[in-house]
Design a protein around this ligand. Structure first.
Ligand SMILES: N[C@@H](CCC(=O)N[C@@H](CS)C(=O)NCC(=O)O)C(=O)O
Length: 204
């Protein structure tokens, strides 16, 4: 959604609210658009579907080259793809951690510890590289990192990520005012669950 706003293409897309959950029966409508049962999925006028979010963003670059989300120059492209992979994998780990943590007495402490360790290491790497990450244009990597930080605020509000990773937090404060980020602010009515994740500063 942030990318659609950046490209000024929101008015050309019909938004459909879809309910999905990893630990539940897949939503049949979503499944018919994306066999992985995940959102987002984009259905084109000719009926073809495009997923996942990074492929949708590549498609938006084809439709509307500016502002560019995926640089064409090799080195800049590789940097963006690497940060995007990191942010995307981090978000997957945070989603899995939440699912595992909510399994009550069936939860697996080894899985929780492993995911917590990976999220700590990933955040530490983003913090370490924050100067170059945040100096760049607002492209695919910066959008993915914005989504992860927004998710941390939504679901892991007690993780202390802002104190542990101050450079990322300072950047997020300014980027949260960006029109495309304001327009897509996440809100949810689900009750807040205390999740087992506390970040520590610096170290991986
Ligand atoms: N890497 C994928 C992740 C998509 C994803 O995990 N979406 C979640 C919602 S935020 C979902 O649809 N979960 C349902 C499921 O895993 O069954 C992307 O960027 O599109």
């Amino acid at each position: 959604m942030i990318a659609l706003h950046e490209k000024h293409l929101v008015s050309q897309v019909e938004l459909v609210r879809s309910r999905v959950a990893f630990a539940a029966e897949p939503n049949p409508t979503v499944l018919s658009d994306n066999p992985l049962g995940k959102i987002p999925a984009l259905v084109l006028n000719n009926g073809a579907t495009v997923f996942d979010s990074s492929v949708i963003c590549e498609y938006l670059d084809m439709l509307q080259p500016e502002p560019r989300l995926f640089p064409t120059e090799n080195e800049a492209r590789l940097r963006q793809l690497r940060w995007h992979a990191l942010a995307d994998g981090l978000l997957d780990a945070l989603l899995l951690l939440r699912i595992e943590a909510q399994r009550g007495d069936k939860l697996d402490a080894t899985i929780i510890a492993s995911l917590a360790r990976k999220t700590q290491a990933s955040m530490a790497m983003l913090e370490h590289e924050a100067a170059s990450l945040t100096a760049g244009p607002f492209a695919i990597a910066q959008i993915s990192v914005t989504c992860v930080l927004g998710y941390l605020d939504l679901r892991y509000s007690e993780s202390g990520w802002q104190a542990a990773f101050p450079a990322l937090a300072a950047w997020y404060t300014t980027i949260a005012e960006h029109p495309s980020v304001v327009a897509t602010a996440i809100s949810d009515t689900l009750p807040e669950t205390k999740l087992p994740l506390t970040f520590s500063g610096g170290a991986q």
